[in-house]
Design a protein around this ligand. Structure first.
Ligand SMILES: Nc1ncnc2c1ncn2[C@@H]1O[C@H](COP(=O)(O)OP(=O)(O)OP(=O)(O)O)[C@@H](O)[C@H]1O
Ligand SMILES: [Mg+2]
Length: 252
């Protein structure tokens, strides 16, 4: 089954207990993402974007509702099975690159293999690592440690690590939030290319319209719900003008 829905959320809620008070951060979120689609999730700070992404990627569990990832209902899995599914199906990229400082670039990208007990220096694993390092243009620095790289290069390492296992779903939480304008643009182009050329499914969380403009579709969150949905379609020109105009029409 190559076509169709890869990710579905059904009526997700999430409550956090803060002191003696319950705060309902997500209040009934339903969505579907098609295989090969690039979806952006926008919304103001504190609107629950990161919380939603964590639920979609199985890093946390909803208070109620279901996440269905590639046909598996995550809430019906044990913690162990859910962890296995997450490792097999998802790749994460975060705002703070989360690289391991003592490992070099190659070893950081190889981490998913190392965790799975596969020798990353030989065979198919080595070939795949070389492949993604080439994809993000990092072969030249594979022996460098993260602190010997620029911020944009570090984020490309994180992207390579997220993609190395060929995940069905790439989840990115403000991956350009810590980068300057030009470097952020490079990362976004990299994401867009992995989607357009390799059919990578992407869910990107951002409060930046310029980043969201790379997506096929934008979901706008507010008050713990999806307030609006903006269809942009796949296009080579990722100018943010049309999206900003639509957001303005919606009063955002
Ligand atoms: N583990 C937690 N415990 C308690 N409250 C939490 C927890 N995680 C998130 N929250 C609360 O949930 C709300 C939404 O947080 P979330 O990080 O999802 O927002 P966001 O939309 O990603 O914001 P930002 O754009 O600033 O990253 C916030 O008010 C936050 O304080
Ligand atoms: Mg966030």
């Amino acid at each position: 089954m190559r076509d169709g829905t890869i990710l579905e959320a059904r009526n997700l809620t999430k409550r956090f207990r803060i002191g003696n008070r319950d705060v309902e951060v997500l209040r009934g979120i339903s969505l579907k993402v098609q295989r090969g689609e690039f979806v952006a999730v926008m919304g103001p700070s504190g609107s629950g974007k990161s919380t939603l992404l964590q639920l979609l990627g199985g890093l946390d569990r909803p208070t109620s509702g279901d996440v269905i990832l590639d046909g598996e209902i995550v809430s019906q899995l044990s913690d162990r099975e859910a962890t296995h599914l997450r490792r097999e199906k998802t790749g994460f990229v975060f705002q703070f690159f989360n690289l391991i400082p003592l490992l070099d670039v190659y070893e950081n990208v190889a981490l998913p293999y190392t965790i799975a007990g596969v020798d990353p220096r030989h065979g198919a694993a080595a070939a795949r690592i070389r492949d993604v390092l080439e994809m993000v243009n990092l072969v030249w620095c594979e022996r460098n440690r993260p602190d010997q790289l620029s911020a944009g290069e570090q984020q490309r390492v994180a992207l390579a690590r997220a993609l190395v296992g060929s995940p069905a779903l790439l989840l990115a939480d403000e991956p350009t939030g810590n980068l300057d304008y030009a470097t952020g643009g490079e990362i976004l182009n990299e994401l867009w290319r992995s989607c357009d050329e390799r059919g990578q499914t992407i869910v990107l969380v951002t409060h930046d319209a310029r980043a969201a403009a790379h997506a096929d579709r934008v979901l706008v969150m507010g008050d713990g719900k999806i307030r609006d949905e903006i269809q942009l379609g796949r296009r080579k020109d990722s100018g943010a003008g049309p999206l900003i105009a639509r957001l303005a029409q919606l009063g955002l």
